[in-house]
Write a protein that binds this ligand. Structure first.
Ligand code: XAN
Length: 456
């Protein structure tokens, strides 16, 4: 058992951000077994017979929050983060993305990049990631091994694509199905507690209707999540609909392929019509909002408020490397900025997203979008303990926190100004995976105190 004591911040819903001072939270075998606000820590410690080395008392400038959830990230594109942003989506895919992803047939290369992306996103506070890998079955399995070893909760998507792709990076019609089924079976048979496969048709342009229909059957046969892209960029929308005869709009392509389910997450959704939103709502399909990517490759600005008002679950995605940053904190800031910009052309009663909304989206909202909210996303008895200790101490991080500042203002400052140095501890399923705010990455499960440069 481990006992945490101090300020706890989490969302009960989008409208209910809770600040719980002097709170005791007890974790047993990875799960939360006790939460007590305004508690006498010594009494609770004695009552549960917890030894001092298993007690974490947060400092005055620290708070405990749920681990953050990246609902859309391309692990192989990590190597491209920060360049190639001058082209819009379709040109960018052809010039930068497909050639890079093709290199992941090489397992040694995949091992290097995937170790870095998992380690660094954890350091940045991403305790759960919904990954796109590449079309290569073995390197996608390797990504699952690495996330398991380092200790991140993850969905791993072996990408499926059988048309309109370069000849050096495309699957044969026959092997596309065989490979994805083998991938799902192999990953599930490893019985990694926090790693699951995800069926991942890249998007409607690079997938035939036949492939998408078979993928939906496999997702249902093996009860796995589905992820793909939708309505990101005007040219993409036009090409997608023109390729799938008889489909009314972009969402209708996925509806006809039976890919819309309550376990499906679609990245972007910038240009969805009201009719399309109604269809997604009916299927309980969720959206990953990726504002950094939408700005960086100039796809457009997604009106998240509108999606939420239509009843959709919306999480945040970094969408590396359309998005240049693998940090969900960064995604939170971009989401606020995009929403502020959109509000300039809306009526006065339009409510742009604020720091409370994006905190929800980065935690419980992301968990809901991935269908994981029975396990993670906030602190409730019975849920798994995925958590961050955030430290706003002026000597340690880049924030100035004044003694008379309210807790709300501190959280707002952290969301706008914090960085990975302010995340001092990371726990997944009750296990600490990062210790100490430092640029030297200390990933316990890879051998203590090894630097990242020594790990790859
Ligand atoms: O942002 C994106 N990144 C991708 O890799 C991709 N593939 C299809 N559509 C995409 N959008």
């Amino acid at each position: 058992m481990k006992l945490f004591y101090g300020l706890v911040i989490h969302s009960k819903s989008i409208d209910d951000l809770c600040f719980l001072p002097n709170t005791v939270l007890i974790v047993d075998k990875g799960k939360i077994v006790c939460i007590q606000e305004n508690a006498d820590v010594n009494k609770v410690q004695q009552k549960h017979n917890i030894s001092s080395e298993n007690v974490v008392i947060l400092k005055e400038n620290e708070f405990l929050m749920p681990g953050m959830i990246d609902t859309h990230i391309h692990a192989p594109q990590y190597i491209n983060a920060g360049f190639g942003l001058e082209l819009p989506l379709l040109g960018w895919l052809n010039k930068y993305t497909f050639p890079t992803e093709a290199r992941f047939s090489d397992l040694k290369f995949a091992n290097e990049v995937y170790t870095r992306v998992v380690a660094n996103t954890l350091i940045n506070g991403t305790t759960t990631a919904m990954y796109f890998a590449t079309i290569h079955k073995d390197s996608a399995l390797l990504l699952g091994d690495i996330a398991h070893q380092i200790g991140q909760r993850a969905f791993i998507g072996k990408v499926s694509m059988d048309q309109n792709s370069p000849e050096y990076y495309i699957e044969e019609k026959g092997s596309a199905i065989k490979d994805i089924e083998e991938f799902i079976v192999s990953l599930q048979s490893k019985n990694y507690p926090n790693i699951q496969p995800a069926v991942t048709p890249r998007f409607a342009i690079t997938c035939s209707m036949n492939l998408m229909k078979t993928l939906s059957e496999l997702a249902s046969k093996y009860n796995v999540n589905i992820q793909t892209h939708v309505s990101e960029n005007p040219a993409e929308c036009e090409v997608a609909v023109s390729l799938h005869e008889g489909c009314r709009d972009y969402v209708d392509i996925y509806a006809q392929a039976n890919l819309l389910t309550a376990k499906t997450i679609l990245a972007h959704g910038v240009y969805l019509s009201d009719k399309e939103l109604e269809v997604l709502h009916r299927y309980q399909t969720s959206i990953s909002h990726c504002p950094n990517s939408n700005c960086s490759i100039r796809s457009g600005m997604c009106d998240v408020r509108r999606l939420m008002e239509k009843g959709l679950r919306v999480g945040l995605g970094t969408d590396v490397s359309g998005g240049f940053s693998s940090s969900i904190l960064d995604a939170m800031r971009f989401a606020i900025t995009v929403s502020n910009i959109l509000s300039l052309s809306k009526s006065e009663d339009y409510k742009p997203l604020n720091f409370r909304d994006v905190f929800f989206m980065a935690t419980l909202g992301g968990a809901q979008a991935l269908g994981l909210d029975d396990k993670v996303g906030n602190f409730e008895i019975g849920k798994e303990f995925d958590a961050l200790v955030v430290n706003l101490a002026p000597t340690d991080g880049n924030l100035e926190v004044w003694p008379d500042e309210s807790i709300e203002n501190r959280l707002s400052k952290w969301i706008h100004l914090g960085d990975d140095r302010s995340i001092s501890r990371v726990y997944v399923n009750g296990v600490e995976v990062k210790e100490g705010a430092s640029n030297t990455l200390r990933i316990k499960r890879l051998g203590s105190k090894r630097k990242l440069s020594e790990m790859v």
